[in-house]
Design a binder for this molecule. Sequence first.
Ligand code: ZN
Length: 255
Amino acid sequence: MALVGTVISLLVQVMAPAPTSATAGPVAPPSTRPTPLPSPTPPQVSTPPSAPAHVDCTKVKCVALTFDDGPVKHTSDVLDALSARGARATFFVLGVMARKHPELLRRMIAEGDAVGNHSWNHPMLFGLSAKATRAQFVRTEKVITAAIGEEPMLVRTPFGQQNKKIRRILGKLGSPVILWNVDPQDWKVRKTAVVIRRVVKATKRNSIVLLHDVWPSTRAAVPAIIDKLQAKGFVLVTVPELIGTPQPGKVYLHG
Ligand SMILES: [Zn+2]
């Protein structure tokens, strides 16, 4: 009997007209005049949760997601996740990969993302001559410039290796060295849930987050990373938006 009573009570609740709530707004007083027809509302355009054209990171809580070693074909999944959420990121591409996917570089730029130079084929720079080091970045710069029509200014060195010699070479090329202060070790753990948890836990205001779009486990983590960071009030911006005008030859770990 108690169950029947509960069911009836539930039915009554379901069937009862919705109560007028405080959120419904003030009730208009009855009017004797005919009310004009409301003008048709334009079709609802889905606005991204946070896609301001200009972000001032001194005023809002910014974070820069960065993706290294691509692009690969499925980098488009990362771009989809970013654009659907009004988020931007920075892609540090390899010359060998950029050469295969110039259309992805063009899409990055068209969607407000930034493209940086991550060397031609990811060598250990500490083992290279000055000439060979320079060639790694110059050759990549040419491929990127041919794809997007502008020279990439930002450099991230492979493995984050840098010393005085490397900084001097890159400084002469006009490039700052962009490293990171959040590293979930996504290339090593390859577990989506772990990558999400580590990034969300470690990210602070003006962090630069190191990720790799070449791993499926990382790509799968991107939607939740964006959602969770935005829920915490972060605005996802590019590295140039985060650090303004960086100095050539200088190393940056965060904004
Ligand atoms: Zn790398």
